[in-house]
Design a protein around this ligand. Structure first.
Ligand code: C2O
Ligand code: CU
Length: 495
């Protein structure tokens, strides 16, 4: 097996830095578990991956920052496997704090979920943790730390699971990871959380109609595509006329992005890893933790791939180039597609083979905000005394999630892919879903994966301000729960 490999050789490093994936055909041919290894190398399928979490310095473009990352790169190394294969990843914690790796969206065995206080105790500095799990479903996933505000540092990377019977036809694929960045610029994410906990108001200028009101808690100084700010953008290079699959992942902490590719429409084929009926749009909104795959046939030229920080003033930006002669688009170029046909959840429908059984009962989950304005609740509970929804193996339950708080929330369930069910029975399979204020959604969950699974808001700051619950199988185990970091919480209106 060759033990734990530090990296993937020079080719791997180069590819990783450019973060442009190889063709799917080559991944199929060699069954290589990871990006960048030449297909001929025929690496063993369960070759170990080393993820060293440690303080480092990364360049976002013109700006260089101190942060915490995996293997000194942001995003971390891309992991590629085929559905049904095994991932063996050793976390080496060289951080000054405990950490874990969570495999977002993967229906894995509970002890491998990387959920501190639930599936494991966080790994202490100087220690290692071996993740070893089989990946059952193809699709676009990512991994990230699940401790405190660490995900708002550079502690995230992509996990791409190929389909051995890939039904889509395309020539090439690119992975697009979106992020909002403040670490090392405006202090650390812990400082940002402390500021929020001490603040008395929400920033009412950060508004979005598409998100139903206040869009975010804060502005981040940079918005990134694959670790790069708009002043030194990622460039995706290919040839004109090729059909490309874009895998878009929102790894941000507090930013929904509105994504468009200048001069092109997009055919959305997957959400949160799972296929949906193809739908043609010009733009889509992607919440934190969501993923969308789309296909597009590229024209000749150099095109802006933009991701507007919804309700904020910045954007993430990359260039898709199919001609070496074309002048590069400016990072602030107008992209008319951004205001044309936008994807709605109504448009998303899983193929009927992926419809879940009809639920036998429903469970009400009300999302709320305490008068302090900096505690977010699920059925009036916060993380330190978290809401636990009991299910039993084999049943399908309907979560009736009602947002009575004044902000939208991207709610994420670990270990399962629920169905966002419409009255006619249709609806997409997802693991993260945006719920606007005063909106109520029906999320049907098929309980087929025993464990204590976090169910929380993927706005990292809402999670740390209490919006963290769990779905647990059978009777509640003792001593399980999220341990938010300790910060002073000042009541909003002190008299
Ligand atoms: Cu991206 Cu609790 O996860
Ligand atoms: Cu939230």
């Amino acid at each position: 097996m060759g033990g734990w490999a530090r990296s993937w050789g020079a080719g791997g490093l180069v590819s990783r830095r450019r973060f442009v994936t190889g063709t799917f055909a080559s991944a199929l041919a060699g069954a290589v578990p990871l990006l960048g290894a030449p297909p001929a190398a025929a690496a063993p399928r369960s070759r170990g991956i080393l993820l060293r979490a440690r303080p480092t310095t990364v360049s976002l473009g013109k700006r260089t920052v101190r942060t915490w990352a995996y293997d000194d790169v942001v995003p971390g190394p891309q992991i590629r496997v085929m559905a049904g294969e095994r991932v063996r990843a050793r976390l080496v914690n060289e951080l000054p704090a405990a950490t874990t790796v969570h495999w977002h969206g993967i229906r894995l065995d509970f002890p491998m979920d990387g959920a501190p206080g639930f599936s494991q105790e966080a790994t202490q500095p100087g220690k290692t943790f071996d993740y070893d799990f089989t990946v059952p479903d193809a699709g676009t996933y990512f991994y990230h730390s699940h401790v405190g505000t660490q995900p708002d540092r550079g502690l995230y990377g992509t996990l791409i699971v190929g389909d051995p019977r890939e039904p889509l036809g395309y020539d090439e694929e690119f992975t697009v990871v979106l992020d909002d960045w403040l670490d090392g610029v405006n202090g650390t994410p812990d400082d940002a959380l402390a500021r929020l906990n001490a603040s008395t108001d929400h920033d009412d200028t950060l508004r979005s109609e598409a998100l139903g009101g206040v869009a975010a808690e804060m502005t981040h100084p940079f918005y990134l595509v694959n670790g790069r700010a708009p002043d030194a953008p990622t460039s995706f290079r290919t040839a004109p006329g090729r059909t490309v699959r874009f895998r878009v992942i929102n790894a941000a902490s507090d930013t929904a992005f509105r994504v468009a590719l200048g001069g092109h429409s997009m055919t959305v084929t997957h959400t949160d890893g799972f296929p949906c009926r193809p739908v043609k749009v010009d733009t889509f909104l992607i919440g934190m933790g969501e993923r969308y795959d789309f296909l597009t046939r590229l024209d000749s030229g150099a095109f802006p791939l933009v991701a507007i920080a919804e309700g904020k003033r910045g954007r993430a930006f990359a260039v898709v180039r199919t001609s070496s002669r074309a002048a590069p688009p400016a990072s602030d170029v107008q992209v008319p597609e951004l205001t044309e046909r936008m994807l709605a959840y109504q448009d998303l429908q899983a193929p009927s083979s992926l419809d879940l059984p009809r639920p036998s009962r429903s469970i009400a989950v009300t999302l709320g905000m305490r008068p302090s304005g900096n505690e977010w609740t699920m059925n009036d509970k916060v993380a330190s005394d978290h809401l636990r929804l009991r299910v039993d193996r084999g049943e399908t339950v309907r979560l009736v999630v009602d947002n009575q708080s004044p902000m939208w929330h991207p709610m994420h369930l670990h270990g399962h892919t629920f169905q966002v069910r419409r009255p006619d029975g249709s609806g997409p399979r997802k693991d993260t879903v945006n719920i606007k204020p005063r909106q109520r959604l029906h999320l049907d969950v098929f309980a087929d994966n025993p464990g204590e699974w976090m169910f929380h808001c993927h706005n990292l700051y809402h999670q740390e301000q209490g919006m963290m619950g769990a779905i647990g199988y059978g009777p509640a185990p003792a001593n399980m729960g999220h341990r938010p970091q300790q910060h002073d919480r000042k009541p909003k209106h002190r008299r």
